[in-house]
Ligand binder design. Structure first.
Ligand SMILES: [Zn+2]
Length: 56
């Protein structure tokens, strides 16, 4: 079984699962910046998921 080098990190709403838009002002081509205080339009909080598991 092949191991992946990089963990799959996503930022998603914990309620509806929609992906968090990155912060365009702070992001550049190499690094996506997500505002941890941002909330989804459904009212849910965005959380970090690594390989599908919710962190924090
Ligand atoms: Zn949502």
């Amino acid at each position: 079984m092949a191991k992946r080098q990089k963990p799959d990190i996503e930022f998603k709403c914990e309620k509806c699962g929609s992906p968090q838009p990155k912060n365009d002002e702070k992001s550049d081509n190499n690094f996506d910046v997500f505002d941890c205080n941002q909330t989804c339009e459904c009212g849910g909080k965005f959380c970090m998921y690594i390989d599908g598991y919710k962190i924090g």
